[in-house]
Design a protein around this ligand. Structure first.
Ligand code: SF4
Ligand code: SF4
Length: 440
């Protein structure tokens, strides 16, 4: 294992993982009803392939799209389709969804496994991943099969498997790397095969030595330790952001508006690597995931295996709540999205559900910018957050776009340090969506 240097200017955040880092993953009981959104990924919304009244088994396809950038969706329980309508989406607004009444039988569909996967070509392996609806299980949820199909002429020399989990409270990726190290390594092998890369780095934070050791053992057992390195990285928040990680590991800078494949890299989150392994080896669609449930408002904080489409209400009811909850967030406190309606479902990129007390959620009124430039100092990619917010609020989002608005990966560090409590990320997000909406 090698240790690389930290990047600059990032404040140390309290990890707050004591309640969950040591908690082995437990399956959470499935709810009586799931609402499965037809878009849980970046790209086109799926069209439903079932109708009200249809019987489904776990893993049955319930939504697909002919668009290249999309990801299939599948039933996560067996039972009867109650409705094909809409449900509130944890990223905001309502979205088309398939609502299924769970019959409690947990009956699986007949899984299609790629014949002779070891001898299969890249297209067949990508098709298996697409069929299984695998999309990024952290961040924006980019469809994995698309990410593993870089433009013609790209030469990929390194795969990065990202097991960094800098967000306070969250431990789901840590537990997945520790408990499913074999599948992580297997997923990395398939990714190398598909993109033709000779080498993989699995990036793990320096304090997760248990996961790093498990991954190294798995790589040895699989006979790939000469081409797969487990690298310990600094435990700095934002060190796991794709751009920063590529730069720290390889010294390559992804150009503004560019992608890792522009610099010879394909990266995937550690849980996504497991889903890729399951898609290829077992033909298993992505119908459940591990999430961290934590915060002072949670009675039994931990890491739970949850069916996609389970409502946040059901999750919190199962783990128990305590005291006054000020805010419920999907994801971590830095990059997560506050939820007003707890009937929203767990989706593929849901890394965690936090139920925070008022002490934890730090809600304080905004005051005027004092031009201290702390937000500039802390931004890991050198943006000027106060300026972006100023022009967006003045109705000039295109000026913000010209100042690299879309390079912002919403890490939340500027928000965190702002002494005026300006909701910088919220405004930045609104500027991005104003521009995106205007171009639809
Ligand atoms: S940190 Fe806050 S107060 Fe300071 S310049 Fe940035 S936006 Fe203004
Ligand atoms: S949220 Fe965006 S602007 Fe703010 S520090 Fe992070 S990358 Fe920079």
């Amino acid at each position: 294992m090698k240790l690389v240097r930290r990047h600059r200017n990032v404040p140390a955040l309290e990890a707050r993982k004591e309640a969950t880092a040591g908690a082995a993953t437990e399956p959470l009981s499935a709810p009586d009803v799931v609402a499965i959104p037809l878009r849980q990924h970046i790209g086109e919304t799926c069209e439903p392939t079932v109708r009200a009244g249809d019987r489904v088994r776990i893993g049955d396809l319930i939504g697909e799209s002919p668009a290249v950038v999309s990801a299939n969706v599948h039933a996560s329980v067996s039972g009867r389709v109650r409705d094909v309508g809409a449900c509130p989406h944890p990223l905001g607004g309502d979205i088309g969804a398939v609502v299924i009444e769970n019959d409690g039988n947990d009956e699986w569909t007949d899984l299609y496994v790629v014949p002779d996967p070891e001898g299969a070509g890249s297209d067949a392996l990508r098709a298996a991943i697409r069929r299984a609806g695998v999309s990024g299980m952290a961040g924006a949820g980019f469809p994995a099969a698309v990410k593993l199909d870089p433009p013609a002429g790209s030469v990929i020399d390194t795969v990065i498997i990202n097991a960094m989990e800098g967000e306070p409270y969250l431990s789901a990726d840590h537990r997945t790397a520790l408990e499913h190290a074999d599948a992580v390594v297997d997923g990395a092998r398939w990714i190398m095969r598909i993109v033709g890369a000779p080498y993989t780095v699995i990036a793990v934070e320096s304090d997760k030595t248990d996961a790093a050791t498990a991954l190294e053992r798995a790589a040895e057992a699989a006979g790939v330790s000469s081409v797969l390195e487990v690298r310990l990285m600094p435990r700095d928040y934002a060190a796991g952001a794709e751009k920063i990680l590529v730069q720290s590991i390889l010294g390559r800078e992804i150009p503004g508006g560019g992608f890792p494949h522009d610099v010879g890299v394909v990266s995937q989150n550690v849980s996504t690597a497991v889903a890729i392994s399951q898609a290829i080896r077992l033909g298993r669609p992505l119908t459940e995931r591990v999430i961290t449930v934590a915060g002072e408002g949670v009675q039994r904080p931990g890491n739970y295996l949850v069916r996609i489409g389970t409502s946040f209400d059901h999750v919190l009811e199962q783990v128990g709540t305590i005291g006054d909850i000020d805010r419920v967030i999907m994801g971590g406190p830095m990059m997560g999205i506050a939820q007003g309606d707890l009937s929203v479902p767990v989706i593929k990129p849901t890394t965690g559900i936090l139920a925070l007390s008022s002490t934890e959620s730090r809600r304080v009124p905004e005051v005027a910018c004092i031009h201290c430039a702390w937000c500039v100092e802390v931004c890991p990619i050198g943006l000027m957050p106060f300026f972006l917010v100023d022009v967006i609020r003045s109705g000039e989002p295109l000026t913000a776009e010209a100042s690299h608005l879309f390079d912002c990966f919403e890490c939340g560090l500027c928000d965190y340090v702002c002494p005026s409590n300006i909701p910088l990320v919220e405004v930045i997000r609104s500027g991005k969506s104003t521009i995106s909406e205007s171009r639809r």
